[in-house]
Design a protein around this ligand. Structure first.
Ligand SMILES: C[S@@+](CC[C@H](N)C(=O)[O-])C[C@H]1O[C@@H](n2cnc3c(N)ncnc32)[C@H](O)[C@@H]1O
Length: 197
């Protein structure tokens, strides 16, 4: 039975996750804000040798991820109960992840709520620090103002180069939210980036 690991319980201890995750694994993927884990599980199925982490603040969603992964026979899935800022702020070791996916993050469309968006410029800088040089970043959204914001913030990070090729292996996979948006005729745009060596 897959268990949910709890980086959330480490908050205030300035501990990295080396004690609970094998960061020596040759390929590590991270789905930040994984929700119920449809995408995470598909990723694990396509890359059975990779360690695939799904991270979310909602425990019930992580339990659903573990259920899906178990049914698909994906043993190298790690469900992380955590907060994005703590995870990328210090809990993940620097340059430890091959590819980070942040898919359909909450757009907080009202101007007064924009400060709640996960993808602040500071957050994106931290994210790039955690990706291996030569690794990659995958963002998506259905929200056009958030898409413009993603493009602006990423263009300000000199270590990122737009590269849709980094998504070639998973271009046909939809997340749960993307499937919902598709049923409402709301297209989701995916952005791929290479982290320069
Ligand atoms: C809009 S849903 C998208 C879920 C999934 N990526 C998809 O596309 O189906 C955003 C997810 O991010 C999680 N989330 C939002 N803010 C977070 C934070 N600060 N730390 C961890 N998870 C967060 C939510 O619990 C939710 O599951």
């Amino acid at each position: 039975m897959l268990e949910v690991k709890k980086p959330l319980e480490l908050i205030g201890e300035f501990k990295t996750l080396d004690t609970i995750i094998d960061f020596n694994h040759p390929r590590i993927e991270l789905d930040m804000g994984c929700g119920k884990g449809r995408f995470t599980t598909e990723l694990a199925k396509r890359h059975p040798d990779a360690l695939v982490m799904g991270a979310d603040i909602k425990l019930d969603r992580l339990r659903k991820l573990n259920g899906k992964a178990a049914r698909a026979g994906c043993e190298k899935v790690e469900a992380l109960h955590c907060l994005g800022w703590e995870l990328f702020g210090f809990q993940l070791p620097d340059h430890s992840i091959d590819r980070v996916h942040i898919l359909c993050p909450d757009p907080w469309p009202k101007k007064a709520h924009r400060r709640n968006r996960m993808l602040s410029s500071e957050f994106m800088y931290r994210v790039t620090r955690k990706i291996k040089k030569g690794g990659s970043l995958h963002l998506s959204t259905d929200d056009l103002p958030y898409l413009e914001w993603m493009k602006t913030v990423t263009s300000q990070l000199p270590c990122l180069e737009p590269d849709q090729e980094v998504l070639a292996d998973i271009a046909d996979v939809q997340t749960e939210f993307e499937m919902n948006f598709a049923s409402q005729d709301k297209p989701v745009t995916h952005l791929g980036f290479r982290v320069l060596a």
